[in-house]
Design a protein around this ligand. Structure first.
Ligand code: IVH
Length: 671
C-alpha cells in the first residue's frame, strides 16, 4: 500500500470507528458487534504503526493515551467556569424565581431543569471542529490540562459532528457510573488499596491520573450541559444549545425539560427526587436555568455564580442507628474486611443492616465501637458506610474493636504489607479464601452455576471434595447427594448446572478465575483481544500494557497469576474437563457494501454529505476522499467537482442520486 492509499484507508477507518463510538457511547444504540469494532480498531492501529506520519490528533487510537506525563500543565478558560448558588428548599427556589422575574422587568420567564450530576466539571475546547484541549475547572479562570485523560472517554467527540464552528468551549460533568464505582472499590479493597469515598472522588481521582491508561480503565462518562465561548452556532435559548450539543455529537442528559412556571419546575424536581436512587449515576440535585440566552445575558453573574441559574440540592440520605457487632470477612485474596452489623434502617431506597468499615485505620480514625450510635449513609447511593460516631450518645458500655492478628478462618498470622491499608491472611490455601474464590467462580456474572451457593461450597470444602475451581468439574452424583440440603433431585440439577457452565463465554471464565484487578470489563477486553486462555497465558506484560484499557496493574497481575504453576495447572484441568477456553468467532453475514469504496462529489438532494457517508459505512462500505483506480463507485450530485472528471478519465462507474438510493435501498433491505 502506498502512502496515499494508506491515508485514505486510515481516514475511512477513523470515520467508521468514530461513528460506531457515537452509536455506542452517545446514542447507546450500537450497530456492529464489539468484535467487529475491535477489528476496525486493530486495522487502524496496524496501519498507523506502518505509517506513523498518518496519525492525527483526532484519531480514535489517540484516545488511549500514551506514556504517563510528569505533571499537568494549565490552560486559561476563554470564559470563566462559574459555580452555582444553592437552594436547599422550595421556598428558596420560589425566591430565585421572583428575583429573576423582577430583574428581567416582569417578562415571562421559561426555565430549563436538568439533573445535577455529581462528578467533576470539565471544559472541552474545539477549534475548527477539532478537540484542542480538555481541562478541569481549577479556580474557574485557569484549569489543569487533562486532555489525554478526557480523550479516553469515548462519548467525547474528538471532532464535532457539526460544521461552521470556529471556536467553542463545551462544558460538562465527567462522572463515574454507580456500577463502575462499586466495581472499582471492591477491586481496591481486595488489592489492599484505600476505597474512594464516593463516585465524585473516584471520577476526580481518575481524571487527575498522570497515566492515561489508568484513566482508560475507569469507565468514566460525561454529560455536557452548556457552552462557554461560542463562535459559530447561532443560538437563542439554552434548550437550543442542548439540542445543538446533541447534534454536534455530545452526550446530553435526556432528562432536561423546559418549564413555564416555577411550580412546574418544583413538580419536576420532586419527580426526580423520587427516582434519584434508581438512576445509574449519582445526582445531588437539579439545576434550574433561565432558558432565554438574551435574558441570561441581561441577568449576568456575580463573581462566583450566574444570576440566571440555581442548584436545587437534594438532602443527603443519612440515618442514625446502633452498631450491634463487628465481624470480619476474609476475601478471596485474603483481605480481612471488618463489617459493622447494625439495627436495620431505611437508606437510599432499601433497608440496610450492615456496612463495611473498610480497614483497621478507618476504625481507629473514626473511633467506631460496638454499641455506638452512628450516622450511616450510602456512598454514592450504593455502598452503605459509617459516616461518623455520635460520641454524645455513648453510655460507657461500648467496646472498641481491633482486627484479629490471626486469620479467623485458618489461624495463620495476618500481615499488613508495606503501603497497603489492608490486613491479609497470607495463606493461599486458607479455607475462607478458597470459599470466596469458589463463590466468585460460580457467581452469576462469572460461570453462573445455579445452585452452587456459599453453603454448598462450604460443605464441599469441609469434606475435601474440592480445593479449586477445576475440582468442581470432577464432582460425581455420589459426592453431592449426601450433602446437607441436597436431595437426589437437587444433586442432579447441580451437576447439570456445572456441566452447562462449561460453555460460558471466555470473558466470564476469565472474570471467574478471580485474577486480581481483572473485573468484568477487563475480562471482556482480554477475551476479545486474546481469543483464548492459551494466548492470554502466553502474553507478556508489554503486550498486555499495549492494550487500551489495560493499565500497568492489570498487566502485572495477569502475568503474576499465570506465572503461578498452581494456576496454570487449574487452567489445564479446566481445559481437559471440557470447559470452553476460547472465544467462538462470531459469524456475521457479510455487510452488503463490504469492500466497496465510494467517492462522493457534488451536493445530494436527500442526504447531507455526512448522512450519505454514514449510510455507506453502516452497510460496510468505505468512503474515500479522492478518486483512484480502487474506487468502486462515484456518487454524483449537483455541481460535481474535479472528482467527476477524474472518475470519467479512469472509467469508474458513476451513480446518480437515484441509482445510489436504489443501491443502498436494496442493500439495506438485504442486510
Ligand atoms: S451549570 C455557570 N448544569 O455543578 C453554570 N452544572 O456548582 C455552570 N453540575 O460546577 C454549571 N450538573 O460541575 C450545570 N446540569 C448541570 C450540572 C452542573 C452538574 C456541576 C458543575 C458545576 C457545579 C455547580
Amino acid at each position: 500500500m502506498d502512502l496515499e492509499e494508506a491515508r485514505l484507508k486510515a481516514r475511512a477507518l477513523r470515520e467508521q470507528i468514530e461513528y460506531h463510538n457515537y452509536r455506542y457511547y452517545v446514542l447507546d444504540d450500537p450497530v456492529i458487534s464489539d468484535a467487529e469494532y475491535d477489528r476496525l480498531m486493530r486495522e487502524l492501529q496496524t496501519l498507523e504503526r506502518e505509517f506513523p506520519e498518518l496519525i492525527t490528533p483526532d484519531s480514535p487510537t489517540q484516545r488511549v493515551g500514551g506514556e504517563p506525563r510528569p505533571g499537568f500543565t494549565t490552560v486559561r478558560h476563554f470564559t470563566p467556569m462559574l459555580s452555582l448558588a444553592n437552594a436547599f428548599d422550595e421556598e428558596s427556589l420560589r425566591e430565585f424565581d421572583r428575583r429573576v422575574r423582577e430583574l428581567v422587568g416582569g417578562e415571562p420567564v421559561e426555565y430549563v431543569v436538568e439533573p445535577k450530576i455529581d462528578g467533576l466539571a470539565v471544559s472541552l475546547y474545539y477549534e475548527n471542529g477539532l478537540l484542542v484541549w480538555g481541562a478541569t475547572r481549577g479556580d474557574g479562570e485557569v484549569g489543569e490540562d487533562i486532555t489525554p485523560n478526557l480523550k479516553t472517554i469515548r462519548s467525547i467527540p474528538l471532532r464535532l459532528r457539526a460544521s461552521g464552528v470556529r471556536r467553542v468551549e463545551v462544558r460538562g460533568e465527567a462522572y463515574m457510573p454507580k456500577a463502575a464505582f462499586a466495581e472499582l472499590n471492591a477491586a481496591r479493597e481486595e488489592a489492599g488499596e484505600p476505597a474512594f469515598a464516593n463516585p465524585r472522588n473516584a471520577a476526580a481521582g481518575s481524571l487527575r491520573q498522570l497515566d492515561p491508561r489508568v484513566t482508560a480503565a475507569r469507565q468514566l462518562n460525561i454529560y455536557v450541559y452548556g457552552l462557554g465561548l461560542v463562535e459559530g452556532p447561532v443560538l437563542a435559548t439554552h434548550a437550543d444549545a442542548l439540542a445543538w450539543l446533541r447534534e454536534a455529537g455530545f452526550r446530553v442528559n435526556p432528562g432536561h425539560r423546559v418549564c413555564d412556571s416555577i411550580e412546574e419546575v418544583l413538580a419536576y424536581c420532586r419527580e426526580w427526587e423520587g427516582k434519584r436512587f434508581d438512576l445509574p449515576y449519582v445526582i445531588d440535585g437539579m439545576v434550574v436555568k433561565v432558558n432565554s440566552l438574551d435574558q441570561q445575558r441581561r441577568l449576568g453573574a456575580t463573581l462566583k455564580s450566574p444570576r440566571w441559574a440555581v442548584a436545587f440540592k437534594f438532602p443527603p440520605e443519612q440515618a442514625v442507628t446502633v452498631i450491634e457487632d463487628i465481624i470480619v470477612r476474609v476475601g478471596r485474596t485474603g483481605v480481612l474486611t471488618p463489617t459493622a452489623l447494625f439495627r436495620p434502617v431505611r437508606l437510599a431506597g432499601t433497608t440496610v443492616s450492615r456496612a463495611t468499615l473498610h480497614n483497621e485505620d478507618l476504625i481507629r480514625e473514626k473511633d467506631v465501637r460496638i454499641g455506638d450510635h452512628v450516622v450511616v449513609q450510602k456512598a454514592g447511593d450504593v455502598i452503605p458506610e459509617v459516616v461518623r460516631v455520635l460520641p454524645e450518645r455513648r453510655t460507657g458500655g461500648e467496646r472498641s474493636y481491633t482486627l484479629p492478628r490471626e486469620c479467623p478462618a485458618c489461624g495463620a498470622s495476618t500481615v499488613r504489607l508495606e503501603g497497603e491499608v489492608a490486613r491479609r491472611c497470607p495463606n493461599m490455601a486458607c479455607p475462607a479464601q478458597l470459599h470466596e474464590r469458589l463463590i466468585h467462580f460460580a457467581s452469576r456474572n462469572a460461570m453462573d452455576i445455579a445452585g452452587l451457593g456459599p453453603k454448598i461450597i462450604a460443605q464441599l470444602l469441609d469434606r475435601g471434595l474440592v480445593r479449586n475451581a477445576a475440582d468442581l468439574y470432577a464432582l460425581r452424583y455420589e459426592d453431592l447427594v449426601g450433602l446437607e440440603r441436597l436431595g437426589p433431585k437437587s444433586a442432579q440439577n447441580l451437576l447439570r448446572a456445572i456441566a452447562e457452565s462449561k460453555d460460558r463465554p471466555l470473558a466470564q471464565l476469565i472474570f471467574g478465575l478471580g485474577i486480581r484487578h481483572v473485573g468484568e470489563r477487563a475480562a471482556r477486553v482480554l477475551a476479545e483481544r486474546f481469543g483464548s486462555l492459551k494466548n492470554l497465558m502466553a502474553a507478556s506484560e508489554e503486550e498486555l500494557q499495549g492494550i487500551p484499557e489495560v493499565g500497568p496493574k492489570i498487566a502485572a497481575s495477569v502475568v503474576a497469576f499465570f506465572a503461578a504453576e498452581e494456576n496454570r495447572e487449574i487452567v489445564r484441568r479446566l481445559e481437559r474437563a471440557g470447559v470452553r477456553t476460547r472465544e467462538e468467532v462470531r459469524v456475521r453475514g457479510d455487510l452488503p457494501l463490504a469492500g466497496k469504496t465510494f467517492v462522493l462529489t457534488g451536493a445530494l438532494e436527500r442526504f447531507t454529505r455526512q448522512e450519505a457517508e454514514r449510510l455507506i459505512a453502516e452497510l460496510g462500505g468505505r468512503v474515500a476522499s479522492s478518486v483512484s483506480r480502487k474506487t468502486d463507485y462515484v456518487v454524483v450530485g449537483e455541481n460535481p467537482g474535479s472528482k467527476l472528471t477524474r472518475a470519467v478519465a479512469l472509467g469508474i462507474p458513476l451513480l446518480s442520486e437515484e441509482e445510489f438510493l436504489a443501491l443502498v435501498g436494496e442493500a439495506g433491505r438485504r442486510s
